[in-house]
Design a protein around this ligand. Structure first.
Ligand SMILES: *Cc1c(COP(=O)(O)O)cnc(C)c1O
Length: 347
């Protein structure tokens, strides 16, 4: 790995961050707070939240098997994706490499930040080629984006390929594990301590059932987390989200139960889906959704919309011609989908 100073944008490396009232006074004994121009009424939301969300991080660290200093919390993992560009990539100069197809936000954030985005197509099994990915990099490549389990294909990448890239690439490896809780294989967080160039993204939006709350995680070497912390908005995670996060971490046995129910339904729905005459291929998945190749995905999509059932039409995505992406719902929702598709008028 190159030194962090070589990878970080020079202006960010030199940045003197904003220092808030909550940064400057950190003691716990005070009872009279007259330092932040807050209103003394309307507790608890009258107070600015903890800018570094330490209580949430301390509860989350043992759940994830990392240290609190290895965690960045943001307004969804989308904030962390954007920060990676803003911290590492000089607009108009640097570039990133990403597997393709994958989650659309990596490219949108590259475009917003005026950073060249180099997609590298996966193979027919939706697996990356380490050689092709490395061949797409050059001196100006600051990061490689990987997503496992991948969206929209659902598959996990081969661990060996991910590990080889982490070891051979001189820049930052971003590994998006938004769907890791649905996977049969463990997270790369287990090797985070050994990989100073690895940034693992996870989120409260999927298995944790909190998409409306907007809370995402980036986990990495504390030196990388420090850089994210100095670039982020001072109060990027609001007080209500921090409170709710602590509640859901305490009640995470619910999360485990939801995951079990979703995995059971996933098996049932995929097996039934495979028997439909309009289904060509049901791709294996490690996520809470699956990709299916259909006889005519756009027509089937429109038919389902007419029945009030919305799936994702991914037909226009690389390697996904005629594919629909189906999220696993409740038993009743999945049954409604199957019933509608069984009645699809065949020609
Ligand atoms: C849904 C999803 C996310 C989650 O984004 P949030 O901003 O945390 O809601 C991140 N990455 C991938 C690949 C996703 O599919």
């Amino acid at each position: 790995m190159k030194s962090l100073q070589e990878l970080v944008r020079p202006n960010i490396w030199e940045l003197e961050p904003y220092s808030s009232a909550r940064d400057e006074y950190k003691g716990v004994d005070a009872t009279v707070f007259l330092d932040a121009n807050e209103n003394p009424y309307n507790s608890p939301v009258n107070r600015y939240p903890d800018p570094l969300q330490w209580e949430v991080k301390e509860m989350l660290a043992p759940v994830k098997g990392v240290r609190p200093e290895q965690i960045f919390l943001g307004n969804g993992s989308d904030e962390a994706i954007d920060l990676i560009y803003r911290c590492f990539c000089v607009p108009g100069v640097d570039n990133v490499v990403a597997m393709s197809p994958t989650y659309g936000m990596y490219k949108v954030c590259a475009d917003i930040n005026d950073v060249e985005y180099r997609p590298v197509q996966v193979d027919q099994n939706f697996q990356i080629s380490v050689e092709k990915m490395l061949a797409a990099t050059d001196e100006k490549t600051k990061a490689i984006f990987l997503c496992s389990p991948n969206n929209p294909t659902g598959n996990r990448l081969n661990n060996k390929d991910v590990y080889t890239l982490i070891q051979q690439f001189q820049g930052i490896i971003v590994l998006d594990e938004a769907y890791i809780d649905f996977s049969s294989e463990p997270s790369f967080l287990a090797v985070l301590d050994k990989c100073p160039n690895l940034v693992v993204l996870q989120t409260f939006s999927k298995a944790w059932g909190c998409a409306g709350m907007r809370l995402g995680l980036a986990m990495a070497d504390p030196k990388i987390i420090e850089i994210f912390n100095k670039v982020k908005y001072p109060y990027n995670v609001n007080l209500l989200t921090q409170e709710k996060a602590k509640e859901i971490i305490t009640a995470r046995f619910d999360v485990d139960r939801w995951i079990r129910m979703i995995l059971e339904e996933r098996g049932r729905l995929m097996a039934s889906f495979a028997t439909l005459p309009i289904t060509k291929i049901v791709y294996p998945t490690d996520a809470n959704f699956f990709l299916a190749r259909m006889t005519d995905a756009p027509a089937i999509y429109n038919y389902l919309v007419g029945k009030g059932i919305i799936v994702r039409n991914r037909s226009k995505i690389t390697l996904c011609d005629n594919c629909l992406r189906i999220t696993i719902g409740t038993k009743a929702e999945n049954t409604a989908l199957l019933a509608a598709l069984r009645n699809y008028p065949s020609k």
